[in-house]
Ligand binder design. Structure first.
Ligand code: DX5
Ligand code: ZN
Length: 215
C-alpha cells in the first residue's frame, strides 16, 4: 500500500489551515507542500512563512518540494518553518551533492527530484545522500496535468538504482486511481496527488480510491 501525500497546491488557499486539517483527518500519510518561484517553474505559489503557518495544523510529515532555483539560500528557512523532508530539483543548481548535505546538516530528510527529461543517472552518485527520490510525472509548475506515461519506465529504473537502500521513491503529477497502480507496480512507495484528492471535496474517499487502486 503506497503512502499518499496530497498536494496542498489544489487546496483552497483562503482556508489553508482548515484544508490541512481536513486531509489529515481524511487519512493522508504526508502533506505535500509545493513551493514555486516563477523562475525555475512558470508559476509562483508560496514560501516558508506559509509553511510555518500551516505547520501547527497537522503532526504528519511535511514533505516540502522546492521548485526553486537557487534552492540553497532558502533551505534553512524551510527547515525552521517545519519541513520534515526537503526535496530539491537535480536541475536547480550545479551542486546537488552539496544541497543534500546541507539539508541533512539541518537535521531534515533529503530528497532529489527529476523533471521528466532528466535521466535517472543524475542521482547515481548522490544515492547515499538521499532519503527520497521524487520522479516528476508532469512538467513541474501546475496541478491538474496529464500523467506522462514514459515516466513509468523511469520509476522502474530509479527503483533499480536505489536497490536495497532505505530511500523512498515518490511520484508526483497526474496521479489518479488509474495511473497510481502503474507507479506502484514500477516501484513507487509514495504518491503525490493534488487534483485527485481535492476534487469534489470528498477527501477521505478520494484518498481511499487511490490506495485501493494499488492493492
Ligand atoms: C506540480 C506539483 C505537483 C502537483 C500535483 O508542479 O509538484 O505536486 O500539484 O498536482 P496533480 O496531482 O493535480 O497533478
Ligand atoms: Zn510536488
Amino acid at each position: 500500500m503506497p503512502l499518499i501525500a496530497p498536494s496542498i497546491l489544489s487546496a483552497d488557499f483562503a482556508r489553508l489551515g482548515e484544508e490541512v486539517r481536513a486531509i489529515d483527518e481524511a487519512g493522508c500519510d504526508w502533506v505535500h507542500v509545493d513551493v514555486m518561484d516563477g523562475h525555475f517553474v512558470p508559476n509562483i505559489s508560496f514560501g516558508p512563512v506559509v509553511l510555518q503557518a500551516i505547520r501547527p495544523h497537522s503532526k504528519k510529515i511535511m514533505d516540502v518540494h522546492l521548485m526553486i532555483a537557487p534552492a540553497d539560500p532558502y533551505l534553512e528557512a524551510f527547515a525552521k518553518a517545519g519541513a520534515d523532508i526537503i526535496t530539491v530539483h537535480a536541475e536547480a543548481g550545479p551542486h546537488l551533492h552539496r544541497s543534500l548535505q546541507s539539508i541533512r546538516a539541518l537535521g531534515k530528510k533529503a530528497g532529489a527530484s527529476l523533471t521528466p527529461q532528466t535521466p535517472e543517472s543524475a542521482i547515481e552518485y548522490v544515492l547515499d545522500q538521499l532519503d527520497l527520490v521524487l520522479v516528476m510525472s508532469v512538467n513541474p509548475g501546475f496541478g491538474g496535468q496529464a500523467f506522462i506515461p514514459e515516466m513509468v519506465d523511469k520509476i522502474r529504473r530509479v527503483k533499480r538504482l536505489i536497490g536495497s537502500r532505505p530511500i523512498h521513491l515518490e511520484v508526483d503529477g497526474g496521479v489518479t486511481p488509474e495511473t497510481a497502480p502503474l507507479c506502484t507496480s514500477a516501484g513507487a512507495d509514495v504518491l503525490v496527488a493534488g487534483s485527485a484528492v481535492f476534487k469534489g471535496g470528498h477527501y477521505a474517499a478520494n484518498i481511499a480510491a487511490i490506495r485501493s487502486a494499488c492493492a
